[in-house]
Design a binder for this molecule. Structure first.
Ligand code: UDP
Length: 364
């Protein structure tokens, strides 16, 4: 197939680009950055446009017209950004993504749209008047694509603008499906993690996600900060598992993914953020420790201190993956400890390589 991969240079996009090329597809890739796909830029089946999709200089319609399938991964997807630049988050994640979807509608092309598990918001157990017998029962935080209700905070908690923008985009795709027979598939990732996720604090300006904050603290011996005590829970999914499922959606056997939404995640890998901090520190001490740097202490900070005003959080989210299991025969394989250790190994390697080269450059 000829696949247009928008956002091909990001964390998920870069892994996907490699997989698509390895499977023999022809890929037209668009992204602001090339760093994460640097090793395949010369591939004969890849054309890469280094382009900000908000700026002139590219022809969306022509690229869509020439493709058999469009994949859209373009988004701001770091909670720190929802707080700092909520309008840009809305512009990119809704307005710009809508243009892509509408180009697919115009040209009758199938679209695989990456959305987010944030659309589900918080768990029912957090509602003040919820009369749940056992708030710890995972049933209250297990989200299903076609039946779960969405619970978001008030407008003043502007973290939710991301969730809302993505939700509206999904609803528009669904409406195009109903009114015009548009063929889309929506993917809701649940906390993918693996090599190439984000950047470390010192490398680039910006606000990464929790794994990178914790790695940075481990490498530099600074504090690992738990926002609001780290009681929030996430299910982490290894990028290889996630790409395997995504690729089955690309293949779309018998059209089972047409006009469908899929959760992709690993329900068995649930950890609280505190548990994750402790596990990362333990793995680091055991496998990667630089004896010259002390192990960090784990401290608690408020959401406002860490992110600023308007922060709110998703307390717990567990993917119901029965749809992907049933329709695609997919099963996640990686457990949380192996996921963390493998991803940490990559970051420690990158960090030490960069530190060594900056020392050499400094001496030179
Ligand atoms: N968090 C934390 N310490 C940090 C960074 C994040 O405790 O240094 C928390 C954050 O408040 C959230 C969870 O970790 O509850 C996961 O945050 P992340 O930014 O990775 O993204 P999310 O899963 O919320 O989309």
């Amino acid at each position: 197939m000829k696949i247009l991969n928008l956002g091909a240079g990001g964390f998920i996009g870069s892994h996907l680009t490699h997989r698509l090329l390895n499977e023999g597809h022809t890929v037209t890739a668009v992204d602001l950055e090339t760093e994460k796909v640097i090793d395949c830029l010369e591939h004969p089946n890849l054309v890469f446009f280094q382009q900000d999709i908000r700026k002139p200089g590219w022809d969306l319609d022509a690229l869509v017209r020439e493709s058999d399938l469009v994949m859209d991964l373009i988004a701001y997807a770091n909670p720190g950004l929802y707080l700092r630049i909520p309008l840009e988050v809305f512009q990119l994640n809704f307005v710009e993504n809508l243009k892509i979807a509408e180009a697919c509608v115009r040209h009758g092309k199938r679209l695989i749209q990456f959305s987010t598990c944030e659309v589900y918001g918080r768990s029912a157990a957090t509602l003040k008047n919820a009369h749940v017998a056992d708030p710890e029962d995972p049933i209250h935080a297990t989200f299903s694509e076609d039946t779960s209700e969405y619970i978001l905070g008030p407008v003043s908690k502007h973290r939710w603008i991301y969730s809302c923008a993505k939700q509206l985009l999904e609803r528009v795709l669904h409406a195009y499906g109903i009114e015009q027979g548009f063929n889309y598939t929506i993917i809701r990732p649940f906390n993918f993690i693996g090599p190439k996720i984000d950047f470390l604090l010192h490398e680039k300006e910006g606000i990464p996600r929790v794994f990178s904050f914790f790695m940075d603290a481990l490498l530099n011996g600074t504090q690992m900060k738990l926002v609001n005590g780290g009681v929030q829970r996430r299910c982490y999914s290894y990028i290889d598992d996630a790409i395997e499922c995504t690729y089955r959606i690309v293949e779309n056997p018998g059209g089972v993914c047409n006009q469908q939404i899929f959760n992709i995640g690993s329900p068995a890998n649930e950890v609280s953020i505190r548990q994750m901090a402790e596990l990362m520190r333990e793995i680091y001490a055991e496998k990667f420790r630089d004896p010259a740097v002390r192990l960090p202490e784990i401290v608690s900070v408020t959401g406002e201190e860490f992110y600023g005003q308007g922060y709110d959080d998703s307390d717990r989210r567990i993917p119901d993956i029965s749809k992907a299991q049933k329709l695609l025969g997919w099963e996640p394989r990686w457990g949380i400890r192996d996921i963390l250790e493998t991803t940490m190994r990559y970051y420690v390697g990158e960090y030490r390589k960069n530190t060594a080269s900056s020392v050499v450059a400094g001496n030179g």
